[in-house]
Design a protein around this ligand. Structure first.
Ligand SMILES: NC(=O)c1ccc[n+]([C@@H]2O[C@H](COP(=O)([O-])OP(=O)(O)OC[C@H]3O[C@@H](n4cnc5c(N)ncnc54)[C@H](OP(=O)(O)O)[C@@H]3O)[C@@H](O)[C@H]2O)c1
Length: 226
């Protein structure tokens, strides 16, 4: 399998690179020029295309011939970075390719997610502060996901809980809606978020789904996994 990882140099991206190489996938990565050094340890094992992830020409080149595209949807800066990246992947990935996008729990597909008041306040504050300092554009990640949800490609939007570092605990469990009891612990190891993203490429039941994930060893997962 040939896989493209858009945002390969970040924390999530590097874990995804490692998981893909472990599976003997051929890996093409896209990351900013200044971050190429972060992937030094993989330079002989993958193809790296430096540049902005919302550069349409670059994404067209990167996804060519790929069976799957794993995309870190980042809302950094006020430049439609997330929606530009998502749109380029949707436009240029080959028909039938599996397209897996990462985001947080704040993204809702059908409006049936149930959020705590604290969560809603935190997202609203982060969006306002991010916009004020022109550092973060959470609304644009929402727009990116809206476009993905409307697409007829084989997409999956993986909605990550709060993240932590640490050894892998195994494939996270998931549910359709925030507020479902199994998700209550709201914690996933970042290495396992990456594992879920990579594994989603071969799971047909995740096509056109927006799974919300949580670590499989968390109390809520252990209490509610059948
Ligand atoms: N952090 C959380 O608690 C959390 C929770 C739930 C879901 N998520 C989701 O997980 C994914 C990755 O999150 P993460 O925390 O693990 O971060 P990460 O992997 O470190 O990813 C951050 C990404 O943003 C890029 N980036 C940083 N600054 C940028 C800028 N100014 N312009 C363009 N790109 C920039 C990084 O590229 P460089 O290597 O070039 O800097 C990297 O690819 C995102 O989709 C996020 O929504 C995160």
């Amino acid at each position: 399998m040939k896989i493209c990882i858009v945002g390969a140099s970040g924390k999530l991206g590097k874990y995804m690179v490692q998981h893909c190489l472990d599976l003997d996938y051929e890996v093409v990565g896209v990351c900013r020029q200044k971050s190429v050094v972060k992937l030094d340890e993989y330079k002989d094992k993958m193809t790296l295309l430096p540049g902005a992830t919302n550069d349409r020409d670059l994404i067209k080149q990167a996804v060519e011939g790929c069976d799957g595209v794993l995309t870190v949807l980042v809302p950094w800066g006020i430049q439609q970075y997330a929606s530009g990246t998502a749109q380029a992947v949707l436009d240029f990935a080959k028909p039938g390719a599996r397209l897996i996008f990462s985001c947080g729990w704040h993204i809702t597909r059908d409006g049936e997610d149930v959020y705590s008041s604290l969560f809603k306040v935190m997202v609203s504050i982060a969006a306002k502060i991010g916009r004020f300092f022109r550092a973060l554009e959470i609304d644009d990640q929402v727009e990116a996901c809206r476009r993905i949800f409307e697409s007829d490609t084989k997409w999956t939007v993986v909605r990550g809980s709060d993240l932590e570092e640490g050894e892998s605990q195994g494939l996270p469990v998931w549910s359709h809606h925030i507020g479902d009891p199994i998700l209550e612990s709201n914690k996933t190891r970042r290495i396992d978020f990456a594992l879920f993203m990579v594994d989603a490429m071969v799971k047909d039941n995740l096509i056109q789904e927006a799974p919300a994930i949580v670590g499989c060893q968390t109390p809520s997962a252990l209490a509610h996994t059948p």
